[in-house]
Design a protein around this ligand. Sequence first.
Ligand code: FMN
Length: 314
Amino acid sequence: MSLGHRLLLSLPPETAHEIGLAAVSRGWLGTVTVPERPVESFGVRFRNPIGLAAGFDKNGVAIGHWHRLGFGFVEVGTVTRHAQVGNPRPRLFRLREHGALVNRMGFNNEGADALARRLEGSACPIPVGVNLGKSKVTALEDAPSDYLYSFRLLAPFASYVVVNVSSPNTPGLRDLQQTEALRAVLSPLREAKPETPLFVKVAPDLEPAALEEIADVAVELGLTGIVATNTTLGRPGLGSGVPEGGLSGAPLRPLADSALETLARLGTGLVLIGSGGVMGRDDFHQKVRLGASLVQVYTGFVYAGPTFVASLLA
Ligand SMILES: Cc1cc2nc3c(=O)[nH]c(=O)nc-3n(C[C@H](O)[C@H](O)[C@H](O)COP(=O)(O)O)c2cc1C
């Protein structure tokens, strides 16, 4: 581990995140060489199937630099229609001995308009996904128009769009995973721009029957695929005393893998993007074996640093 990375991990987690992101956005980390592992999925070419998961570069500030660390794609956001500050700090916690993080950020972001301006003004050599959420000030019943606003604005800059209905840190958001509510959010987007590849991101805490219902809606509406999964409200193997929020990293992997497997077994033809607990090569390969066409990482990258993607592809 480099001295810089060790230093970052000695700082409070959100401070470390801010400094790390600033370093990437200024190109200070240099370029990491990774093996070429080209894949094509939903008509998009990727230099490799490993992407940066949503939430790391919420505002797209480092959009022109992620390819230098070997990423095959990057998902910006979650972005909401209205800019918002998120929850009070502290809201990001390391469980280092478990290879995990807990966060309750609450969609802190500069808003859809700001992200659109940034994406318009920056070139990104790898595919960019845009992850959309509901603004906190928007009532749950008005969620469809909130998502639609951001979608219309940002779809022109996106290789694909993800509708995030699975973050545990916006009250009521996960209720939008229920069939009727989900249809109400997704179908206006599908009608507005049928040509934009569209995904829904699901929670790892859903029963197989609920996942199947979501997959049914996705197929019915002609979605491209599903991102499985977001963070968990569960605390598998962690005991008590863990802060409130969504858990990511190693302890999430069995839950995320099981959701991915459930979705793959349905044989729907939906594209599956695997996310949750990829801390090393075996975890990456397991996601692919289970049926993921693309794989995203967040917590593993935080702990392993700039050479993480290279280590997964080695
Ligand atoms: C600090 C933090 C912030 C996150 N923010 C978002 C977000 O804004 N939107 C989202 O869809 N997922 C978000 N996630 C979830 C990740 O995108 C990913 O799905 C999850 O962490 C599981 O992957 P991992 O185990 O590799 O971290 C966040 C995760 C972390 C740790």
